[in-house]
Ligand binder design. Structure first.
Ligand SMILES: Cc1cc2nc3c(=O)[nH]c(=O)nc-3n(C[C@H](O)[C@H](O)[C@H](O)COP(=O)(O)O)c2cc1C
Length: 159
């Protein structure tokens, strides 16, 4: 069985998690950007990483998830909002539903820093996006602790 770690990222927060997962997997594996349009049929296990955008997985991931059929899937995400927020829970629910033809074996998410420029842009919007209030606490994430937690969670799950 070959594993795929596929990620969507704009500012590399999700890429950090993807690289850590890739390093953790001990069998045949590939790390690909979602822009490479990997074919899910080529793999037995697929870890899909995405940033949450406007309360949902980002558009490229929304398009990719329904293409996965009968494969084991692990979903991971980064977001500005607090981990236990309804916004994050709802976005992960949307991702699960989109991957409805796959067998989801687990999910993980953590905060991901938003650039000062993007925070400024969001602050100028009316109404302001609901994730803005949590954005200051996302600074510096994903950090070493987030990554260690992801690796531990993944290893526990797949042993
Ligand atoms: C246009 C835009 C929309 C975003 N929407 C959300 C959102 O709805 N919820 C949230 O928690 N974070 C939101 N974020 C924050 C990103 O999800 C977060 O910074 C993420 O870690 C970015 O991942 P990346 O570096 O892999 O691109 C948004 C960021 C941008 C720039």
């Amino acid at each position: 069985m070959k594993a795929l770690v596929v990620y969507s990222t704009k500012t590399k927060n999700t890429l950090k998690l993807a690289e850590a997962l890739y390093d953790t997997i001990r069998y045949r594996k590939e790390l690909k950007s979602i822009t490479d349009k990997p074919d899910p049929e080529d793999y037995g296990f697929i870890a899909v990483g995405f940033p949450i955008k406007d309360g949902k997985p980002d558009p490229a991931t929304m398009e990719f998830l329904p293409k996965i059929r009968d494969k084991e899937v692990f979903l991971f995400a980064t977001h500005a909002s607090a981990r236990d927020s309804d916004l994050v829970k709802n976005a992960m629910k949307i991702a699960r539903e989109l991957a409805g033809k796959a067998r989801i074996i687990g999910t993980f998410s953590c905060q991901g820093e938003v650039s000062a420029e993007m925070i400024e842009k969001a602050a100028a919007q009316s109404p302001q996006p609901p994730w803005l209030a949590d954005a200051p606490s996302a600074k510096g994430h994903p950090d070493e602790k987030d990554i260690a937690e992801l690796v531990h969670f993944f290893n526990e799950m797949t042993i």
